[in-house]
Design a protein around this ligand. Structure first.
Ligand SMILES: *Cc1c(COP(=O)(O)O)cnc(C)c1O
Length: 307
């Protein structure tokens, strides 16, 4: 995580982390009125560094704010440049990037009124999100007792802080019960997504993921859909049920933090052979090649930088 001497971009200025402060009367702290991104930068074998799908992440940040009904007072170009500047200022060759825009201090009623919209960008080095062994061996997950929010309750296309209360409930329950992660069902009982990852199964050679109903339009999900199609797999976006997960040959998560994480067990039922499956492994390898600039077909996804 960010240490106090690291530089944080705060409304246009790079400040030492200890000086990047807000009021305890910040609207977002009381009501969850914040939108954010999780982005990764990778060090490429040629020594350069590259931010993965920077434009798409910044576009989603601006759209998340639009869904919540506020507008971030910085342009797309300005935010892209700010992210690269923050990486350079912290001399971070590889790591995680967290832009966050939030309704600031002012009116403390529910109506955000004319409160300022503040934006920060923090960066830190971050290894495998679900632990070093997860990417290799696969993880154990449970179906959450918490339902993914109704599509007309929380806005699932917004990566909004408030939506994450649902995720924290599910994650805590899973970890307390000894699992690595939770899968949530939608309000109709179909499989939705995890607490911060999209979900895929592989069954009889077909790759399936939940359509963009109750799930976030994940950029890793989109990358996997493209990479899998380019590799010749058949991929469908289709609702599926919990029992279909139990009899899947493979299951895996996708997400910026989790990258491509295989799943070896769901609700105490072994998935496939109880280890990372061959399709998940092949997609994981292809994803890392794309993200590290080793596959020219996906060079357009990378923003290179050096310092
Ligand atoms: C961020 C997030 C994901 C993954 O999206 P990526 O763009 O791949 O990082 C999936 N689900 C939820 C709820 C998320 O917040």
């Amino acid at each position: 995580m960010a240490h106090e001497n690291e530089k944080i971009w705060f409304d246009g200025k790079l400040l030492p982390a200890k000086d990047a402060q807000v009021s305890v009367l910040t609207h977002a702290l009381h009501y969850g009125t914040a939108v954010f991104e999780g982005i990764r930068a990778y060090q490429c074998p040629d020594g350069s560094s590259a931010v993965f799908r920077l434009n798409d992440h910044v576009k989603r940040l601006l759209n998340s704010a639009k869904i919540l009904g506020f507008s971030i007072p910085h342009s797309h170009e300005e935010l892209c440049k700010a992210i690269v500047d923050t990486l350079k200022a912290n001399k971070l060759a590889e790591g995680y990037i967290r832009p966050l825009s939030f309704v600031g201090a002012g009116n403390l009623g529910v109506w955000p009124g004319k409160n300022p919209i503040n934006t920060i960008i923090a960066v830190w080095s971050w290894g495998a999100y679900l632990g070093p062994e997860a990417l290799e061996r696969g993880i154990r997950v449970r179906t959450s007792s918490f339902t993914r929010s109704n599509v007309n309750g929380m806005m699932s296309k917004a990566k909004a802080a408030g939506n994450y209360v649902n995720s924290v409930l599910a994650k805590n329950e899973a970890v307390q019960d000894g699992y690595d992660e939770a899968i949530m069902l939608d309000t109709n009982g179909f499989v939705s997504e995890a607490t911060g990852e999209n979900f895929f199964i592989v069954r009889n050679g077909l790759i399936k993921t939940t359509p963009l109903t109750s799930v976030l339009d994940g950029i890793t999900r989109d990358s996997i859909l493209k990479i899998a199609a380019d590799m010749g797999y058949t991929v469908v976006e289709q609702l599926f049920t919990r029992d279909e997960v139990y009899i899947a040959d493979e299951a895996f998560f996708s997400g910026t933090a989790a990258e491509v994480t295989p799943i070896r067990e769901v609700d105490n039922r072994t998935i496939g052979e109880g280890k990372a499956g061959p399709v998940a492994k092949a997609l994981q390898a292809a994803f890392f090649k794309a993200a590290k600039g080793q596959d020219p077909r996906y060079a357009k996804w990378l923003t290179h930088y050096s310092f």
